[in-house]
Ligand binder design. Structure first.
Ligand SMILES: [Zn+2]
Length: 274
């Protein structure tokens, strides 16, 4: 009996999963319909036994001078889809790009979008890439093609902000990881206005020893040393902080909350940045 039950569950699960199947090429097809406010650059192609995936950098707008903060402009990198199951940022950032395309060009603002860095994870609903590696721990040894292509494609950039959008299964409110006092101050002011829109902020989650307070986990120096030097594991946040990007944020929406609410959080957050 047990065996039949398991078989039944496997089959029904499979049918359910098939119904929910996500397709990377379908999901990104809209980028080829964007106007000339955007430039599309191929970053490289990932080769997995069953499928190849081409990664794209989607660049909005342009910026004066060398692109750093001295020009008075904003030069940003927005990342999403490093972990396959975290889909609210992927869907909402698509809507954001289409919104930017529908309005007048914003002067002296450039945003590079790397929209789904983990296509294999996106299609298979997996945190890991096609080789079973967590891309968001790979920003120190750069074993994965995904992390390598990302770094190669932004080599000449002088970003003043990097925003990496994720989702978290153990939180009930919006959570920001910040890596400097400057980012913390900016994060607090963004979260204050989100709170006016009744967005809940995470206040309970503890990441090893770092506790979220009013929606913020401020990563201290000793934690940076621990992860980078001892564990040899670096997230995008740790990496971009280390190379001195002034504003670095990892944004976590609560994955257990319904999709519409998570998307609204991201929508309001994006509005606050620009
Ligand atoms: Zn994630």
């Amino acid at each position: 009996m047990g065996k039949f039950l398991i078989l039944f569950l496997l089959v029904t699960n499979y049918i359910y999963a098939a119904g929910e199947a996500r397709n990377y090429n379908e999901q990104i097809s809209f980028i080829f319909e964007l106007s000339d406010k955007f430039t599309i650059t191929e970053m490289g192609t990932l080769q997995y036994p069953e499928h190849d995936y081409t990664l794209y950098k989607i660049s909005y707008g342009n910026i004066e001078g060398n692109g750093d903060a001295s020009s008075g402009g904003k030069n940003y990198l927005f990342l999403s889809g490093l972990h396959g199951p975290e889909t609210a940022p992927v869907y909402e950032i698509k809507a954001f790009m289409q919104h930017l395309d529908s309005i007048d060009l914003i002067d002296n603002v450039k945003i590079d979008f790397i929209y789904i860095l983990n296509p294999y994870g996106f299609e298979h609903d997996l945190r890991y890439n096609g080789n079973g590696i967590d891309i968001n721990r790979d920003f120190i040894s750069f074993e994965t093609k995904e992390a390598q292509y990302l770094i190669e494609s932004i080599q000449d950039e002088n970003y003043n902000g990097v925003y990496d959008f994720h989702e978290h299964g153990a939180t009930t409110g919006l959570l920001l990881y910040v890596y400097s006092n400057r980012s913390k101050r900016l994060g607090i002011s963004i979260l204050e206005s989100l709170q006016n829109n009744n967005i809940p902020l995470e206040n309970n989650y503890v990441d090893v020893v770092l506790k979220a307070r009013n929606g913020i986990i401020s990563v201290p120096f000793y934690a940076k040393i621990y992860f980078m030097n001892l564990k040899k594991q670096a997230t995008t946040g740790l990496y971009f902080d280390k190379i001195h990007v002034p504003e670095v944020f990892v944004i976590e929406t609560p994955w257990r909350m319904e999709m519409e609410k998570r998307r609204e959080m991201i929508h309001l957050f994006l509005q606050e940045i620009l």
